[in-house]
Ligand binder design. Structure first.
Ligand code: TQI
Ligand code: ZN
Ligand code: ZN
Length: 169
């Protein structure tokens, strides 16, 4: 079953559009940006929320960046595997990914030769769930289930994820 964070933080009632921006220092390719756009679209499909990229990093509701190790927010990353990414409950908007993962951004992670390969879209869909206010789900098929194996792709929202997000929005 889905969960929400204590106190049920959510984006304000009436929020229609949320903006997101990429850390300018990362210089991300259009391919990588497209993976995030696809991940946002999965949540937009089942809510009345829309997501729009903006170039204003500091002005965006959701700020996405890749960082290595200690990156100044008291929650250091740990190299390959372990913590992959962290995002915070509404309306924090911080969405950080561990730059030291072997991210798979195009192609099929299940066929990667690297045992440490991690599918970027799968992690993005999960973290966006947190950014919107979902905690973890006890249902293994849910995108919000708290574990995923490396070299797995899980991007399709389960009915449990949909029920959870529709409870919030
Ligand atoms: N990062 C954890 C996560 O996003 C961070 C975390 C731990 C957390 N406990 C939390 C966030 C409680 C909110 C509330 O779950 S992670 C997965 C999964 C991670 C894990 O790097 O471990 C995914 C990131 F579910 F697959 F294991 C993305 Cl998809
Ligand atoms: Zn961080
Ligand atoms: Zn999580």
């Amino acid at each position: 079953h889905y969960s929400v964070f204590p106190g049920m933080p959510r984006w304000p009632v009436g929020t229609q559009e949320l903006t997101y921006a990429f850390n300018p220092g990362n210089g991300l390719s259009d391919t990588v940006k497209g993976v995030f756009a696809a991940a946002f679209a999965r949540w937009a499909e089942v809510t009345s929320l829309t997501f729009r990229e903006t170039s204003s990093y500091l002005g965006a509701d959701i700020r996405i960046g890749f960082f290595s190790g200690d990156h100044g927010d008291g929650e250091p990353f740990d190299g390959s595997l372990g913590t992959l990414a962290h995002a915070f409950s509404p309306t924090n908007g911080r969405f950080h990914l561990d730059a030291d993962e072997d991210w798979v951004v195009s192609g099929d992670v299940t066929r990667s030769a690297l045992s440490t390969a991690v599918d970027l879209e799968s992690v993005a869909v999960h973290e966006i769930g947190h950014l919107l206010g979902l905690g973890h789900s006890s249902m293994e098929e849910a995108v919000m289930f708290p574990t995923i194996s490396s070299r797995k792709k899980k991007v399709v929202l389960s009915q449990d994820d949909i029920t959870g997000i529709q409870y919030l929005y």
